[in-house]
Ligand binder design. Sequence first.
Ligand SMILES: [Zn+2]
Length: 166
Amino acid sequence: MAIFNVHINDLPPEGKQFVGEIRPAVFHDLSPDSPTPCSPTKFDVLVSLDKDSVLVEGVVETEFELECSRCLEKFNWKLRLDPYFSEEPREGRSNLDLTEFLREDILLALPGYPHCEDSTDSKRVCPAAGKFADASEYAPISDEAPSTPQNDLWAALDGLKGRIDK
Ligand SMILES: [Zn+2]
């Protein structure tokens, strides 16, 4: 198991490049219905110090198997953070656990309510699409202008006018 422990005190002024893979198991302490990682997380990042902050920047790539919250089918979801950038206060620490650092950010990037439409396989169509709207998605927002009582009144008057003009 590779632990990417960055010794902050030893960082050269220009920073240090870290390239590697995080094994999927670091995500396994999630709850059973959580997304399943299906590939190691690859990263290529530069760790540097900026005054009192630790900066991590570069590219992070991973792949998860997610479950559509609508049709419950599983699909693959690739995440590529390019550019990846993260900044944390140093707070006097001398080490940075890069694995934990990246893990947190990947968890934040995962969709809370995954849908087939999130799939990175662009041909994927949700079998349940249009059958029903689930709670997280249902919102009374439409492309049309909202129908206010006043609009209805004018529409009614227009209709009336039309009839009088004839
Ligand atoms: Zn679906």
